[in-house]
Design a protein around this ligand. Structure first.
Ligand code: DP6
Length: 310
């Protein structure tokens, strides 16, 4: 028996940053699901009592830190417990994009592990049916941002789990890769440090207010307003990092160069991409389908992973 599953990543425009135990978020978040950036997981039974992990071949090379491995296998153990699945298994996983550099690999890999373990549970208990909303709640316990990957294209997450956001707007995504190295401060560490920042005061209400305004802007097609909200939001999150004790930073020279260039496009054309950054150096953009040709020019000369073809 070999179980296979895959799940997409997602990019938050209103960020999940700061949490209480069990990955309960300090504020609601809103994301776009990235169907082209995916994680793949297989599960096979093995002899013995201990679950094990190995990289899945055929995808981007992946290595997990001891902490990362523990978090992944603990999530599997929690799910096995939840669905009363017995035995030991080998989990193999990989992404079709570089991991741990602000491309939200934790979202897709935990969502894929949750999906795969659900498939394993169904094989054990025929007739088991679990909704995406319930899978989202379970996945959140492994890694918060993964709970938004069960809905596409838009997801909103306030407390226990995410839900689909009813928004008739399809976008294209690109990430400008300025650094592929594994980041020094994991997003889990960032969650722990942000409340030491003086800017933490009022963070929850700022995020809530932006979320409501962003939904209105996206529904009304007010693209400039959407850009301004996203810009303020990711800089708000990064200002928490820069002013935490100890302070830490993800922005490097390459990120700043890209941000300045993309910001100039808005100044020059009065139009441009939605811009955001996660806990990493790379810069994400979301564009309307009618901006694809222009985006080819904007991104010229940069290393880019994008959702559209040539
Ligand atoms: C900056 O979901 O990776 O990408 O719950 O500790 O696993 P854990 O954190 P994680 O945090 C992601 C934070 C973010 C913003 C976001 O995706 O909303």
């Amino acid at each position: 028996m070999k179980i296979e599953a895959s799940a997409p990543s997602n990019i938050a425009l209103i960020k999940y940053m700061g949490k209480t135990p069990g990955n309960r978020p300090a504020n609601p978040s809103l994301s776009y699901t990235l169907e082209h950036l995916r994680s793949f997981v297989t599960i096979e039974p093995i002899a013995g009592e201990r679950d094990e992990w190995r990289p899945l071949s055929g995808y981007q090379p992946i290595s997990l830190s001891e902490k990362g491995l523990g978090k992944f296998l603990n999530h599997f153990a929690r799910l096995k417990d939840h669905w009363r699945v017995l035995g030991a298994y080998r989990i193999s996983s990989a992404n079709n994009f570089p991991s741990d550099c602000g491309l939200a690999s934790s979202a897709s890999s935990f969502a894929a592990l949750t999906e795969a373990t659900y498939a394993l549970a169904k094989a054990t208990h025929p007739g088991l049916e679990v909704s995406n909303e319930e899978l989202s709640v379970l996945s959140r316990q492994g890694s918060g941002s993964s709970c938004r990957s069960f809905f596409s294209p838009w997801a909103e997450w306030e407390d226990e789990g995410a839900r689909a956001l009813d928004l008739d707007l399809r976008l294209e995504h690109a990430v400008i890769v300025v650094d592929e190295r594994v980041k020094e401060v994991s997003s889990s560490n960032a969650h722990e440090l942000v409340n030491t920042s003086p800017n933490w005061v009022g963070r929850t209400s700022r995020a809530k207010e932006r979320l409501e305004k962003l939904k209105v802007a996206l529904r009304d097609g007010d693209w400039r307003m959407a850009f301004e909200i996203c810009w303020d939001e990711f800089l708000d999150m990064h200002s928490l990092f820069e002013t935490a004790t100890p302070a830490f930073s993800y922005l490097n020279g390459g990120s700043k160069e890209v941000l300045i260039k993309l910001r100039e496009i808005w100044g020059r054309d009065g139009d441009g991409p939605l811009i955001t950054m996660d806990a990493g150096a790379n810069v994400h953009i979301l564009i309307r389908p009618d901006q694809i040709r222009a985006a080819e020019q904007w991104l010229d000369g940069f290393k880019v992973i994008k959702s559209w073809g040539e």
